[in-house]
Design a binder for this molecule. Sequence first.
Ligand code: ADP
Ligand code: MG
Length: 320
Amino acid sequence: MAKNFSKKRVAVVAVGGNSLITDARHQTVPDQIRAARKTCVHIAVMIQKGWDVVVTHGNGPQVGFILRRSELSRHELHDVPLDSCGADTQGAIGYDIQQSLYNEFRLRGIAKQAVTVVTQVLVDRNDPSFKKPSKPIGSFMDEQTARDHQKNDGWDVLEDAGRGWRRVVASPLPKEIIERDAIKSLISQGFTVIAVGGGGIPVVENDQHELVGVAAVIDKDYASALLANTIQADLFIISTTVEKVALNYNKAGQQWLDHLTLEQARQYVAEGHFAKGSMGPKIEAVIWYLEHGGRQALITNPENIEKALEGTTGTRITRD
Ligand code: ADP
Ligand code: MG
């Protein structure tokens, strides 16, 4: 297959949590739509400049809200399993982005449509993280409630840094994007695709080779890298809260980086410059993308995407 299956250049843009929830006082659904619109302006500009864009996004807080609702209504309604929370949030956040892009396209006279693909992502049922679940989800609980869930619902629970007890789930590596052919086909037909929301719905293959959802969370940066590779994207953009990546972030000798080679990225990871759970997975995802045929990646914030594409800001990461 040709490197570019559609004639245009294709970029995967992974939008971070702040593109939907700016802060704790702005987290209602209308707030989230307003926030999505702000990021979508920059995505629309990219499209005007000739990029075909595939958008991915996080869903951590939104899944938290569903779980909390589920918890509060337990006396009356069934629980929502975690894979279903993934599907619900892909749909709802996909809607926010579709509508924002529709409105932005209309303003700019762009004859395009955005479409969300509810995406399942295959994980290995023997992934080591299933033996040691460590990703906290949902509300804090007291120890007794945590123990009850452990006994009655089979939850894994952990005490979270003195703040209380929480349910923890596995965070397995993404192996394969199940709906990849549908996604590729939509891109080649000119649609702006929203996919692998929240890292995708984690599914495993059972003994009958059927897919079944699992209670796990896939890192959205890793899943976005896998998607970028799967569709042979020309560019992988991670849109987050910082304009650039730094060495010694928030410490003495902080140094903002304009460019990183794969080699340097590996070295700085080893030296511990990128915090686990925030910049760490982004850099690891970029390394994986470049090691598996990806050409270039860019890390910046939504408002600087245009400038970063022109090379005047952001952190660009290339193979050499
Ligand atoms: P997202 O929702 O986009 O995934 P995260 O909060 O997970 O955002 O990751 C982005 C955050 O990573 C930044 O806001 C910043 O505080 C943090 N960070 C950690 N290490 C670094 C670093 N070396 N350079 C820049 N930012 C860093
Ligand atoms: Mg993150």
